[in-house]
Design a protein. Sequence first.
Length: 250
Amino acid sequence: MRYPFILALLLLSFDASAQLVEDFNPPRSNCCLANTAQMLANQLQDWNQLGRYHADNEKLKAQPAEPGRVVFLGDSITDGWKLATYFPGKPYVNRGISGQVTSQLLVRMMEDVINLKPSALMIFAGTNDIARNNGPQTLAQIAGNFQMMTELAQAHGIRVILCSVTPVSDYGPRPMTTGRPPADILRLNTWLKDYAVKSGATYADFFSAVVDDKGALKEGISRDGLHPNDKGYELMAPVIAGAIDKALKN
């Protein structure tokens, strides 16, 4: 007679942590797992995507370096920036890659920046570090990546422009402030601004150009609360144009 009582106590004790489900409804799996595994293996061989711009880099290196060449190094916001549209006739080179964090940009410095012999380098990144795209990082670790990129460029006579991380908003299809807390964006921007002064780099304040009175990305200038649309890039273009002029004159 004791066993039913003990069983009832056990059920009550472990109910809160139970993992059995009433309805079996797992996430849908790929029908071709071998192909998926091969695709992931291929991607891991070039985790920092040095191959993305390799052919374009070879073409540029075969030509004389254009005076005033500027490399735009960054993540998806840079990747989606149509430089020929916003800066017609300028020798600007886009080397943005969607999803990347500063450690990946650092590894791309030689191939995608230094070997192209630009006059200036724009570094616009950090939002994906905050979002933990490649895992959690401390502010000091992110700052170290910016510092190494800056020192590498300056050692090769390249002027550096450090860009503030842009704010995010929650008006898109999914909230952006959860993965990119505004307080963390402000902390990184404070460091970037201070380091630009200490290192002799130029600071481009994108944040102030696109933020609203609540500290969020202005409504109507983004499709998802993170990535700028044409109106967003229109606000950012004069900021970087002024920063480039300043950097090249210094």
